[in-house]
Design a protein around this ligand. Structure first.
Ligand SMILES: [Zn+2]
Ligand SMILES: [Zn+2]
Ligand SMILES: [Zn+2]
Length: 219
């Protein structure tokens, strides 16, 4: 009897005697598909058959205990992972709240030129650093700016009007944002591209395109 398994490298294959998946390194197509524990199980007298059944029972029990332990370990690992991520999320939320609060108080208290250059440097920092965490904090900054921009943006066809109702010249938020709208919109376009390609993106969940795509994938 010949087999078609890979030769000369370890493969996991079900043993034809004990039916457990075992590691084999086949040297030829005519090697028996019987694991090392089962080599002495070959033969058909009844004493051997008894011994074989007993051995198999022992092997199965040991294997199922191993697998249970592996699964428990996997569950522990996943739980630890979830804990770690939850902590990350909590830390990022706090950072985000801090940023929002800072943004609001800066907007109220600081001279406009300061706020603009502060926003500009936040946007530039965020756009030029390549580390993963920096990407995430860039996305935080951009989400905050996006929220603000949603309330205060140029009215369509009315370049001197802010969408909040003030004129552009009177709206402090509008003035401050004008320093960063270009990078904000560039960021948004890039994130929308990622959303379309089903890649992770930094858009807020209530961004109209995000809610629409969630609606579609849910329905
Ligand atoms: Zn076997
Ligand atoms: Zn066996
Ligand atoms: Zn406004």
């Amino acid at each position: 009897m010949t087999h078609n398994y890979t030769l000369h490298s370890p493969t996991r294959v079900e043993c034809l005697c004990c039916y457990l998946s075992q590691s084999f390194t086949f040297r030829s197509k005519s090697d028996q598909v019987v694991c090392e524990h089962c080599l002495h199980h070959q033969g058909s007298n009844s004493a051997r058959a008894n011994q074989r059944n007993q051995d198999h029972l022992g092997m199965w029990l040991a294997r199922s205990a191993d697998e249970r332990a592996e699964r428990a370990e996997e569950v522990r690992r996943l739980n630890a992972d979830v804990d770690r991520r939850n902590k990350d999320i909590a830390a990022l939320r706090i950072e985000l709240e801090g940023f929002k609060a800072a943004l609001q108080s800066e907007l109220k208290q600081r001279p406009l030129a300061d706020v603009q250059s502060w926003l500009e440097s936040a946007a530039v920092d965020a756009a030029t650093t390549e580390r993963d965490i920096a990407y995430r904090s860039r996305d935080h900054v951009m989400r905050c700016l996006w929220e603000l921009d949603r309330l205060h943006h140029e009215k369509e066809g009315q370049p001197n009007q802010c969408s909040c109702g003030s004129t552009a010249a009177q709206c402090r938020e509008f003035q401050a944002l004008s320093a960063v709208t270009e990078s904000l919109y560039r960021w948004e376009t890039r994130q929308l591209g990622r959303l379309r390609d089903n890649l992770p993106h930094g858009l807020p969940r209530h961004h109209p395109d995000v809610s629409r795509s969630e609606f579609h994938s849910a329905g």
